[in-house]
Design a protein around this ligand. Sequence first.
Ligand SMILES: *Cc1c(COP(=O)(O)O)cnc(C)c1O
Length: 340
Amino acid sequence: MPLVGHLDPSFIQMMEEIKGMLRSVFQTTHNMTFPVSGTGSAGMEFCMVNLVEPGDEVVVCINGVFGMRMAEVAERCGAKVIKVEAPWGQIIEASQVAKALEGRKPKLVGLVHAETSTGALTPVEEISELAHQAGALMLLDTVTSLAGCEVNVDKWQIDAVYSGTQKCLSCPPGLSPVSLSDKALEVAQSRRERVQSWYLDVNLLNGYWGTERVYHHTAPISMNYALHEALRLVLEEGLETRWKRHQQNHERLVAGLSEMGLGIASQPGHQLWQLNAVTVPEGIDEASVRQQLLKDHQIEVGAGLGPLKGKIWRVGLMGESSRPEHVDQLLGSLKSILGR
Ligand SMILES: *Cc1c(COP(=O)(O)O)cnc(C)c1O
């Protein structure tokens, strides 16, 4: 079928529905909630380029690949970045953030909720409170957490949040849902200098996604249709039912692994349901196991990254793929490959 245009009344109606459903999934009333055209990293850049100006102090929490990326994006915006670091696989402790904020008034505190590279889920509320006490905006990466476990933007007082379509929303990659609080929007509107990115300038994007409906860039029409359907399915299942499903399948995997003498590498009590960091047993060539899983069993698992390279397998149980039969299939395949 031919695509409708990016200003077609039926498409504009659909944009409104997407905004409404995104507010439900993010659990927010923020008016400025919409999908940025681009993958999750575009959402990260969107938040940073709009909120950060050269010379601003920014605190970034780093416990894996995506915290590192956030720090680099902030640096590229000209920020003076203060890094709060935890070992990979561990969470960021609120006390670490409190210490970094002592005697400082940064513009923003950035945190990755669910670190996909390590399988750790950092609690957000206390860190957000500390950020606000220091007069900073709170920025949260929910690329892997959204629709897989609780994300509550309003309750946690998150000023800027971004996600991605291809993780627990189970949609093709290509859009990055974002939401800005009124306070964050004010910061973006009262900058000393123009936003250095024309494409990601919220002040211009507001003309298209807001009430004016003026052309800014051509929205990826088909991707927006896909997101509309993905969000509809998430809300049809219900947020809490969906989180519970992710939890149960994680628990099923952990129980099966434990029968084989295998465990989870990330911090106990803070392990992600949607990304399981399985410890590679001593003496096993982890890359060859991954190859056999892919070639002989049609199952793709991720490799460890950075300091966890060669030490873990990353098993995704995200969105539609979080199913008991998938867990059982992986456990059976691992059993036969490892001879356990
Ligand atoms: C995947 C991911 C990103 C980056 O998203 P892309 O869609 O690959 O650009 C950012 N943060 C986290 C936590 C992720 O898992």
